[in-house]
Design a protein around this ligand. Structure first.
Ligand code: SIN
Length: 552
């Protein structure tokens, strides 16, 4: 399959006069403060200066919402070969075997390291307790606070990073674009309410901005997951790949008035069953692994059963499980359900699938290196080859730890070797020559008044379009119609210059939506999370990545 070449509307989202913007110099800039960004920042040599920029508060990251846990081999009846085999089976021919092997082997060490940093994982008889999730042949998912693993892991990591004196934490700071010169990344243009726009020049930059779930009407992701890293990397010239693969989680709380809260796969791992509105347990009709089939199969089966029964959701039933198990393992889910008058011990939980995890992203090698020199990337914003066409449950926090560490060490080593020549070079560069933005704004030079354009309305429309036409099942005519619609919106939203986060996020979402649709149109087969109702089979000749690159 040939790479797709797409021309972005322009290189930078905003105009700026480099002579008037404040300039700041650092050794390493880390963008994003979930598990990956913080793990990376902690790996940087304490003699270097680090800026850690995050668009919200430090505690608001997608990682903090993770429930299920972190996969790693701890059980003596399990082994690395099993974990590798399960990951490859889920990935449906698109995993990089060597990457899978090293990540799986590193898992126990990375998890123990979290323990040494103060994270408390649940235990049974003094040993780390393990649960099972879909696609895993053994119990190997480490968890905390019953069903709030991300919360506990992020608590420990945030405590560590707050006591690292070399790390300057910039909260509520939106990264608008990466700065590039001479084909290399030189840092980023960031914005916050106190300082406005600032150039952060960095010898090395690490991108760890997470996912893109907010493209969809139904999603488990918090509001911050707006594909910013994918979009800024693409504009800066990085290669992206596998953008057709969005993972849908089968069980998202579906109650009018509630946020779309994740109901952990561990609930099915511990024996929860799915019923339709007539009470029928339907998963065995679709797959012999029933509720523990891979997520793409469970999500599609739920959708089909909802269509069959003409009902807006299905139900997750835990009422047959021992009361003590439910109370111990799912305190957080129980608390959320209680707010809506549901008691897990007596009531079934209304659920349906939602967008959960962006599998595609910036292509990185085994050292977290991107195709843009001086830029490293890790975690959900990347495609490392670990997940292939479908991510195995609880392999994502693991990837964040392993690749965050690698990105941190490599960026640190590279920055150490550079002394201060870089700063001198940056100061000598004529900024106007370096940042040719004027042409890119021709015809659209007036900042758009926010009142002219209803951004919330546009976002809702984009969310519905993606859910309807680029969702769990796709086909050529729906994808073509989504592309036309997105390009239409992008024609009037894309060229404008916004002065606020919501506008930049919308521009990023529109760009990434377009890339996802183009990739989904190009893959004329079904594989992993990408299910084409017009090409329901897997075609062995398409076992390749679809790569996307902006035309220079
Ligand atoms: C879950 O708890 O079901 C989410 C785990 C994951 O996405 O890996």
């Amino acid at each position: 399959m040939l790479p797709q070449i797409v021309l972005p509307k322009r290189r930078y989202l905003v105009r700026f006069n480099p002579k008037r913007v404040p300039h700041l110099f650092t050794d390493v800039l880390v963008i994003g403060a979930g598990i990956t960004g913080i793990r990376a920042a902690l790996a940087i040599d304490p003699n270097l200066n680090v800026v850690l920029a995050t668009k919200d508060r430090l505690k608001e990251s997608n990682s903090a919402y993770a429930q299920g846990g972190i996969a790693g081999v701890f059980d003596p009846v399990d082994n690395f070969a099993n974990h590798v085999a399960d990951t490859l089976a889920a990935g449906k021919g698109l995993c990089n075997r060597a990457i899978v092997d090293t990540v799986v082997r590193e898992a126990p060490a990375r998890i123990r390291e979290l323990v040494s940093m103060g994270a408390h994982f649940d235990q049974t008889d003094g040993e780390i307790a393990l649960t099972q999730e879909g696609g895993h042949s053994h119990r190997r998912v480490v968890h905390a606070l019953g069903d709030a693993t991300g919360k506990e892991v992020m608590r420990a990591l945030i405590e560590q990073i707050r006591s690292a004196p070399q790390v300057d934490i910039w909260e509520n700071t939106f990264t608008i674009d990466l700065l590039t010169h001479g084909g290399e990344c030189r840092g980023a243009l960031v914005w916050n309410a106190s300082h406005g726009k600032t150039f952060v020049w960095a010898k090395q930059t690490i991108l760890a901005t997470g996912g893109a779930g907010r493209l969809y009407r139904e999603t488990t992701n918090p509001e911050i997951a707006t594909a910013d890293g994918h979009a800024m990397a693409f504009r800066a010239g990085c290669e992206l790949r596998d953008m057709e693969f969005m993972q849908f989680h089968p069980t998202v709380l579906y109650i009018a008035g509630s946020s779309r809260h994740l109901i952990s796969e561990a609930a099915r791992g511990e024996g929860g069953i799915l019923r339709d509105c007539t009470g029928h347990r339907f998963m065995p009709d679709y797959d012999s692994a029933a509720e523990l089939a891979p997520r793409d199969i469970v999500s599609r089966s739920i959708t089909r059963q909802m269509e069959k029964t003409r009902h807006h959701c299905v139900y997750l039933d835990l009422t047959h499980l021992p009361k003590s198990l439910v109370l111990e393992r799912f305190p957080h889910i129980r608390q959320v359900c209680t707010q809506f008058g549901l008691d897990l011990l007596r009531d079934q939980i209304p659920v349906r699938p939602g967008a959960h995890y962006m599998i595609g992203g910036i292509t990185v090698d085994d050292e977290a290196r991107t195709s843009l020199p001086r830029l490293w990337a890790a975690g959900e914003v990347t495609s490392s080859g670990l997940h292939g066409a479908n991510r195995l449950a609880s392999n994502s926090l693991l990837e964040g730890l392993v690749f965050g560490l690698r990105a941190g060490i490599n960026a640190s080593n590279a920055a150490c070797g550079e002394s201060d020549q870089f700063t001198a070079l940056a100061l000598k560069t004529d900024p106007m020559q370096m940042l040719p933005v004027e042409g890119a704004f021709a015809g659209h030079e007036e900042p758009l008044e926010s009142s002219t354009l209803k951004l919330d309305d546009l976002l809702n429309s984009l969310n519905s379009e993606m859910w309807r036409n680029v969702g769990i099942e796709r086909n050529d005519s729906d994808l073509e119609s989504a592309l036309r619609q997105i390009e239409f919106w992008d024609r009037y939203v894309g060229p404008h210059e916004f002065a606020m986060t919501k506008g930049w996020e919308l521009q990023n979402l529109l760009l990434v939506a377009r890339l996802m649709v183009i990739a989904a149109l190009s893959r004329k087969e079904s594989r992993g999370t990408h299910y084409r109702s017009d090409f329901p089979g897997t075609d062995p000749t398409q076992a390749e990545h679809i790569r996307l690159l902006a035309q220079p």
